[in-house]
Design a protein around this ligand. Sequence first.
Ligand SMILES: [Zn+2]
Length: 228
Amino acid sequence: MIYLKRGPAPEFWTRERVKTWTGRWLVKREKGGDWRWPDVDKKPLNQHARISMAEWQYGKCAFCEIPIGNRAEVEHFRSKAHYPLAAFVWRNLFLTCHDCNHAKGEADHAGCIKPDRENPADYLWVNPYSLKIVPKPGISEEERQRAVKTIKTYQLDRPELKRLYQLTYLKEETLNLVPPLIQARQNQPSTAPTIEERISVLRARAEPEQPFSLFVRSFLVHYGVIEK
Ligand SMILES: [Zn+2]
């Protein structure tokens, strides 16, 4: 989970239209009707939203950072059941994977870290040994509680993610190289150029557009490759 600079809504997503969509949803909800995204140009609204959101979310789930492509879902940060007036509010929507969206369901968002408003990296950290996402060491008690709430709400500690971190990065040529490279840099400063080159490749994997960048960042910070 990383900071996301929210991009603008599609042009047709006007205040007027939000009012219309919300009004219809309020009526339907009152009658016990099920949620459905309205169509715009014969295409459900969430499909339009997905295209715009993929850009500023680097094509990844806003919470677990898995690359999502066509399987992306649009999640309501404030749930549409409890906050019907926020159902079409652009800043309330995130692109997520199926697992994160369903883990959250209609659960209360209170206390959860909102990745377009604050930096999740200030709260969360992936332990490089257990490969589990945990509250970042050294944060305040209040921040720790918010980290725990976020992890729990989106099930960010699910075993599947640990397996994906391993598959994606903890194989030869990637993060397993960090400890020996650091050792080599300490022992033989004269070979530093090649070592530095290889380290810079690893550093690039911590950039926000990369899958699971919080994990890679935590790993590299732990081994002193990057500072924060
Ligand atoms: Zn996810």
